[in-house]
Design a protein around this ligand. Sequence first.
Ligand code: GLN
Ligand code: ZN
Length: 791
Amino acid sequence: RRPFAPSSRSGVRSTEELAKESLVTKSAAAAARATVYGYPRQGPNRELKKAIEGYWKGRVGAPELRRTAAELRAATWRQLAEVGVHEVPTGDFSYYDHVLDTSVMVGAVPDRHREAVAADVLDGYFAMARGTQDVAPLEMTKWFDTNYHYLVPELGPDTVFAADSSQQVGELKEALALGLAARPVLVGPVTYLLLAKPAPGVAADFEPLTLLDRLLPVYARVLADLRAAGAQWVQLDEPALVQDRTPAELNAVARAYRELGAPTDRPKLLVASYFDRLGEALPVLAKAPVDGLALDFTGPAAVNLDDLAAVGGLPGKRLVAGVVDGRNVWINDLEKSLATLGTLLGLADRVDVAASCSLLHVPLDAAAERGIEPQIARWLAFARQKTAEVVTLARGLSGGTGVITAELAANRADLASRAGSAITRDPAVRARTAAVTDADARRAQPYAERAAAQRAHLNLPPLPTTTIGSFPQTGELRTARADLRAGRIGTATYEERIEAEIREVVSFQEKTGIDVLVHGEPERNDMVQYFAEQLTGYLATQHGWVQSYGTRYVRPPVLAGDISRPGPMTVRWTTYAQSLTDRPVKGMLTGPVTMLAWSFVRDDQPLADTARQVALALRDEVNDLEANGTSVIQVDEPALRETLPLRAAGHRAYLAWATEAFRLTTGGVRPEIQIHTHMCYAEFGEILDAIDDLDADVISLEAARSHMQVADELAAAGYPREVGPGVYDIHSPRVPPEDETARLITRALRSVPAERLWINPDCGLKTRGWAEVRPALERMTAAARAARQQL
Ligand code: GLN
Ligand code: ZN
């Protein structure tokens, strides 16, 4: 009956045994179906991005934009149905962001945007997303621990919700008109409120979840409209429930689904969770009067299986099992997934197969890649390939392994080729990571002694000034890179242009009186890609675009194999810059954690192992910089905070390997070499100890907008090292007046003593123009000189 369940280990009661004893009794197993929760939006040739940006520029009319969008949706649904997806998702499409769409659906339009929305729905929508000359957009933040960003709903005690189901109903009807079974996918009400923040002018301690009772009737209305339009099932996504939730929040979940589940004329409700285990919310939802749950069974979320068995399964309910990882780019282990699915058969009334989350977070089609060695290409699965895997698994679950023999054999061969490849297993890299000792990840002297050695070695003035690394990435630089790629110019010409830029940047900094110089990073397209391209084991894709926000798509590199560094990556440019000046030039590297955070990672070894490999490659670079005369080296870790696991239980282990990787990168230099790090994105509260554990000598942080809050926090935590809280907000084109910078310096001196305070901008200057950067840095150094006089 359960042909795929692995045999149980003796002694321990296995999940399979628990499954057998569960309350679920089935007459006959229903055929398993394949489904997905969402699909990449941009289209095979990024048609959506082009149409939307064309619309913004006035080149594309609204009807044409709508037509392009409808065609892309239809093409996606047809393709999904053709390969065997039984229920296609609707409502996952968006012109910008699905959380913004939810705000529109529930009528939560901020007051400042009402006029624009009333004048024109589409323009009003984009005004909320991007702002206009006169009104600010909604704030944007990361969607859980992915690299997708959503627009934060702004709510307050006066928020009046009103249902607008037109988009949801419209898209459902489009899919039904194609003769397809379709399942609308909505952001669930609890997650929606938990993702919201108090609107401007509303008390900061206002909790949007208190609006639940007002919001539920609106959701009920939308569900009824969808039912009337022909929806059998509606999916409500509640990923916020995989985070640690308070008893009050769990009560809200119970209340929400008791109320939404009550009407008799509603569609069947599928509550979906993903990105981690459902935990304490699982028993709550299992008891709720909904018709199905969708759970993630990949990676750490695999414990959902035991948790599900422990609550006695989902008698009478549908289980959608996310067994294909919706976030990585790797082929599934089909046999392993079948074993999971086989066990799950004993735990629910009906088991369907899905990817763990929306396929929004992976690129569209691995088969479109031309530049990847065929041997490696076989290991890759993007949205299209993952959909095929889901379908194969559903067929295998329903019909037995016999109906998918060929797929299983091919999968086994591909997995074996990956496991046994010299790319994924480089003996030299493995020997080196295995030999790492605690001492390798520790500087030779404690911080206090190093600080003295550095002071003597660098001989900097008090309140030294520096920048975060990049200078404006001008049009000429981008053109030069494009010309090089297209073969219009040779390497020598390209490098001359880079050197010319470095000369410019160095001479500007000398003239302005900056104390620790940078070369300006003109050679870098991107702070991760630049290094990925030079490291063995890293893969670049040609078409691997994923949505970061709105029409911005990024192409994260892929950590495909064991990582090593064939040769120096930055030494040439740093030493060139140093040859032009007597002042110290700071070497500039991207740290191991950020390299992982902004890449697709391996699923065949712990992240900690990959981090260690990257760290050792970067360590070689750090040591080479030192050997070539660099005395100050900055290792950027802006992503240290953003990769923090969703549940607190995972924080310690993560921070342990993350900080070790940083120390391994920087631990090999002499005491007088000064190691800097840099982080942006305001909330550091949870990682203050980890920041200290990095054992960097100097840290620069984003602080201008939060009025030095982070400097206060570090001071309160007793942080003993040197700190450069940003005194120039580079995220705005505005050039701060000198007295504003001076005030921020005075403010910083209240929490950081002068001997340990650096003066620098918030972040790199690559997105700014010279016209702003020149006066801003001149004022910054003038303010620093004036502050020195006062000491
Ligand atoms: N050194 C990088 C730069 O200046 C740091 C960028 C970042 O923190 N995101 O561009
Ligand atoms: Zn930054």
